[in-house]
Design a protein around this ligand. Structure first.
Ligand code: AMP
Length: 288
């Protein structure tokens, strides 16, 4: 595996591969790689010929109050992990390489999809930052396929929308959330959790599974399912920033769970802001 830091070198490698008739897979990450990222890299290895992993902590998607400076960074460790699961090229640009002086363009997906949940909690600029950097990465690497995690369900929906609306001609693959043995969704931000907070963090998946159990038992009133999930959070003294039940495509809230519905939760646990989600499928409903 080779590490490149400039768009010029990335393009040269991608063009060479294309000239040889090889397909390109892109896995965008912010680094501090874990098994969730590795599952995306492995899927890219499976699905394409040249696997590019980008590693860029994108300042544009962090609000001024957020953890940009503290965000875990480990280039050497990331390079070793990416190589071990089959990446061919690690693209690790500087902030100046991605946003050179005079940079003046923002890509903005508008509407409910970006204004609610993460968009409301982290601010308008969050998804603008995501959409802009993903549009740039897709432009830089020109992949056939790009790989994202269901862990960031709203982000995946925003990216699908972006690619559709701008005719970017890349296939977006969204892969299942990889979890720790106790169910906690893997996240680079789990590094912020120490002993007691690490134990409490399991509250998010417990809440989602309580909702899932309610739906599996035939409950379809969102209010009742929400009450079960809220009780699971409270049992671990975790207060949700949001707990939402939405249509998986439009992200509009549903008041009856009588078709596949995405349950999403965000909560602060100690110093970490954590998110998770689960698709609830009522008995007899077909998955979307
Ligand atoms: P990040 O480095 O957190 O920006 O994540 C990079 C990509 O990895 C995104 O598409 C995430 O959705 C995905 N990802 C993060 N955590 C997980 C996980 N636990 N399982 C699967 N994919 C994940």
């Amino acid at each position: 595996m080779r590490t490149v830091t400039t768009v010029h070198d990335l393009r040269a490698a991608v063009l060479r591969a294309r000239g040889e008739g090889r397909t390109i897979g892109l896995v965008p990450t912010m680094g501090a790689l874990h098994a969730g990222h590795c599952s995306l890299i492995a899927a890219a290895r499976e699905g394409t010929d040249l696997v590019v992993v980008s590693l860029f902590v994108n300042p544009a998607q962090f609000a001024p109050t957020e953890d940009l400076a503290a965000y875990p960074r480990d280039l050497a460790g990331d390079a070793a992990q990416a190589a071990a699961v089959g990446a061919d090229l690690l693209f690790a640009p500087s902030v100046e390489e991605v946003y050179p002086p005079g940079f003046a363009t923002t890509v903005s997906v508008t509407g409910a999809l970006t204004e609610t949940l993460e968009g409301a909690g982290r601010g308008r600029g969050h998804f603008d930052g995501v959409a802009t950097v993903v549009a740039k990465l897709l432009g830089m690497a020109a992949p056939d396929r790009a790989y994202f995690g269901q862990k960031d369900a709203q982000q995946a929906a925003v990216i699908r929308r972006l690619v559709r609306d701008l005719d970017l001609g890349v296939v977006i693959e969204v892969l299942p959330t990889v979890r720790e043995a106790d169910g906690l969704a893997m996240s680079s931000r789990n590094a912020y959790l120490d002993g007691p907070d690490r134990t409490r963090a399991v509250a998010l998946i417990e809440a989602l599974r309580a909702a899932e159990a309610g739906v599996a038992s035939g409950e379809s009133a969102t209010a009742t399912v929400r009450a079960a999930a809220t009780a699971a959070l409270r049992a671990r003294a975790v207060e949700p920033e949001y707990l939402a039940f939405v249509d998986p495509e439009s992200f509009s809230p549903v008041d009856r769970i009588d078709r596949p519905t995405l349950a999403l939760v965000a909560a602060r646990v100690g110093p970490a802001r954590l998110i998770d989600n689960l698709l609830l499928t009522p008995n007899g409903a077909r998955t979307p």
